[in-house]
Design a protein. Structure first.
Length: 159
């Protein structure tokens, strides 16, 4: 589905600060978990709505050995606003203040100068195995990739 950036290649590494102040790296998921990396834009309301939807499916993804990671286009202050507006985040939210991680994964739209809603699933060996972008059939950007689409994608590759 959508934009297949880098499927089959090694996932770019990251080391970012989470909304709770901890550091999160892609390497910590290697060997045991599928990392489900969700890129969220800088609009706090849209990002918070996406976090709420993703939190609702976090347990189902976890049951499939998938660990959600939300990467927000913005600094620590924006990250705190998103977490507060969402009310809960059942997974780490990470600040990508310079959009370096979004660029490395192809989630940055240089023409529109924004991060587009985009999800990447990284397998246990560190390879990108699935991607989806948040655009409808006409290419119009949606606020996020539908959580049900992400669950279906992980079910498809985790069997």
């Amino acid at each position: 589905m959508g934009y297949n950036f880098g499927v089959g290649r090694e996932a770019p590494q990251f080391d970012l600060t989470a909304h709770d102040g901890s550091r999160v790296t892609l390497k910590q998921y290697r060997g045991d978990w599928f990392a489900v990396v969700c890129f969220l834009g800088a609009d706090p309301a849209a990002a918070a709505a996406a976090v709420t939807g993703l939190s609702a499916v976090a347990d189902e993804l976890w049951g499939l050995r998938g660990q959600l990671v939300g990467i927000v286009a913005g600094d620590a202050q924006l990250l705190k606003s998103v977490a507060a507006e969402a009310g809960r985040a059942d997974f780490p939210l990470l600040a990508d203040s310079g959009n370096a991680v979004a660029r490395a994964y192809g989630a940055y739209d240089a023409v529109a100068a924004r991060v587009r809603p985009y999800v990447v699933i990284v397998d246990r060996s560190g390879k990108i195995v699935w991607t989806a972008d948040g655009a409808d059939a006409a290419g119009v950007a949606e606020p996020a990739v539908a959580p049900a689409t992400i669950v279906a994608g992980l079910k498809d590759i985790a069997r």
